[in-house]
Structure formats: C-alpha cells, structure tokens
Design a protein around this ligand. Structure first.
Ligand SMILES: O=C(O)CCC(=O)C(=O)O
Length: 306
C-alpha cells in the first residue's frame, strides 16, 4: 500500500490552457506548433504562467486508426529519474525542452504511447517541471467507447488499452491530479485524487459536437463541486476539416463550480488565477468534506489506490 504524503502548501498561481489548433497529419509540424504555443502561453497572460496545459492527443489526428501510427515509446517509471536525452519519444523531448525554455510546469496533453514490453498502446499524459524533467505520467484509465445512434460512435478500445493507475504530481504551489477526457465521467477517480490532497484536477480532453454541448461544462462543474477543488479540461480547437470535430471550450472551474475562464472553439490560450482562498472558503462555508457519513456508505476512495 502506497503512503500518501502531505500535499505541498497551496499557493496562488496562474494556469494557462492552450486550445491548440492546426493539428494535422504531419507530426513534426504538430510538435513545432505546440512548442511555439507553449512559449507564447508562458508570457502571454497578465502574469507569467506557472502551469501550462496542452490538449488530449496534440501530436496526431484523433481516431483509433491513428493511434498505432503515431504511438511513441516513452518508458517512464514513476519515482525513477528519466533520461530525456536518450528518450525514444520526439514528443517527450520537445515537451521537456519547451517546459525548460518556458520556465514553467507543463502538462503535455496526451500522446499515443506504445509500451515496448507489452506492445500495448495507451493514451498517455506526460508532465514536466520547469527544469524540463519528466516527473509524472497518466495513462487514460477509461477508454472512450460510446455509440449514440445517428450521432457519434467511437471505440478507443479498438487500438488502445486502459491505464491501471491514478496519478498526481506535486509542484511548489499545489498538488495536481491527472485524468484524460472520458475519465471525467467516473466521479470515483476525481474523488480519490481530491481525497489524496489534490487541490486542482487537470484532464486534457477532446469532447465532440454531441456530448460537448450537453456534458463538457456540466461534468467539470460537477467534479469541482463534488470535491471542492479547482477543475480544468483543455481541448483542441475545432477543425471542421478534420475527421473528429472537437467541442473546444477549454475551461477552468473554481471549487464553488463557477467557470473562471472558457475558450471559444478556435485556437486560443486562456488563463486563470488559482486562489487557495476560494477553496478554503468553499470548504468552510459548505463543509461537506467533514460531514461525510462513512457509517452509512463506504469511502470508495479507500482501497482504490493509496
Ligand atoms: O465523454 C465524452 O463524451 C467524450 C470523451 C472523449 O472524447 C474522449 O475520451 O476522448
């Protein structure tokens, strides 16, 4: 059983979401554009961004046929130093050097990852500190397999495997929990991260034109209010010439469920100031975190991980 350490002191910081556009077939062009946008995001707000986020599947078109073609070997083991210079992943190398140049923490959206030992492919988020070190990864746990007749059918499990761990990382300003897109529909995951001390949960995502208008904001506000945490999802920009039409609307929600910032559907960088006081006020005024009745129902966050 892993012991969960005390989270770092929660301090004010600036979060930047890159709603990336122009994601095409050429991976090197996608990486070049993402790099330029990371450097732009670092300095483009009212204050310097402390944490920058890219969207789900930022280095390739979105679709199960593309994942095996664009998949890269990363080979990260949690808790062990990672040798960036000898990484087999061009995306990891770019993200590492961009985080270092930006001098900011970076949640590198997600990329298709091929695990060399098993040959399985995962939808994987990688995280970098301002020195460019790869400090955490998250493999999408819940695969996006849905079929809404006449609207959208998508089956990630045709080429991907679901991850088996929940993941967070510590910065000098907050503990941040990770998920990817469809993971947001499973409240147990966000609840577990919050109970492990995360003050902000970040899920790179790419909702669509059917579930986006109905559920994108609803789910984020629900997860924020359930857990009295900051919650954020970062989407690609909508491209009607692409095979998959992303909803866009990258957003940041505060612990009371208020939307602090929301993108349109175009390429844009949006910023939010994260204030610990808002989390403390929410928990003090509506004290659900101390009113839970584990004598009536079980604490499902126990025993999942930790
Ligand atoms: O849950 C949804 O409606 C969309 C999920 C999705 O697009 C994804 O997991 O990539």
């Amino acid at each position: 059983m892993t012991t969960i350490t005390k989270p770092p002191a929660f301090r004010p910081f600036t979060l930047a979401l890159i709603q990336l556009g122009s994601i095409g077939a050429e991976k090197s062009a996608n990486l070049k554009h993402a790099r330029e946008m990371i450097l732009k995001a670092a300095v483009g707000g009212r204050k310097k961004a402390d944490l920058i986020v890219l969207p789900e599947c930022f280095n390739s078109p979105y679709g199960h046929v593309h994942f095996p073609v664009y998949a890269e070997n990363i080979g990260f083991t949690s808790g062990k130093p990672y040798d960036i210079a000898n990484s087999a992943s061009d995306s990891v190398k770019m993200l590492s050097s961009a985080a270092k140049e930006a001098g900011a923490w970076l949640i590198g959206g997600s990329i298709p990852e091929r695990d060399v030992t098993s040959d399985k492919i995962y939808n994987t988020c990688t995280v970098y500190n301002p020195n460019g070190e790869l400090v955490a990864t998250h493999r999408k746990v819940h695969l996006f397999d849905i079929d809404i007749p006449g609207k959208i059918k998508f089956k990630e499990s045709e080429s991907l495997t679901g991850g088996t761990t929940l993941n967070f990382f510590d910065t000098d300003f907050a503990r941040i929990g990770l998920g990817i897109c469809y993971d947001v529909r499973f409240p147990e995951m966000a609840m577990t991260s919050a109970r492990q001390g995360c003050q902000l949960l970040v899920y790179p995502g790419a909702f669509n034109m059917t579930t986006g208008p109905l559920h994108w904001e609803l789910l984020q506000r629900a997860r924020a209010v359930d857990n009295q945490v900051y919650f954020s999802m970062c989407s690609p920009a909508r491209d009607l010439n692409a095979g998959y039409h992303a909803w866009g609307h990258s957003m940041v929600v505060d612990p009371m469920g208020k939307v602090l910032t929301e993108a349109s559907e175009n390429e844009v960088i949006v910023y939010a100031d994260i204030e610990p006081q808002a989390l403390q006020d929410a928990r003090a005024s509506i004290p659900v975190t101390t009113q839970r009745r584990f004598d009536v129902y079980p604490d499902v966050s126990k025993g999942i991980q930790g």
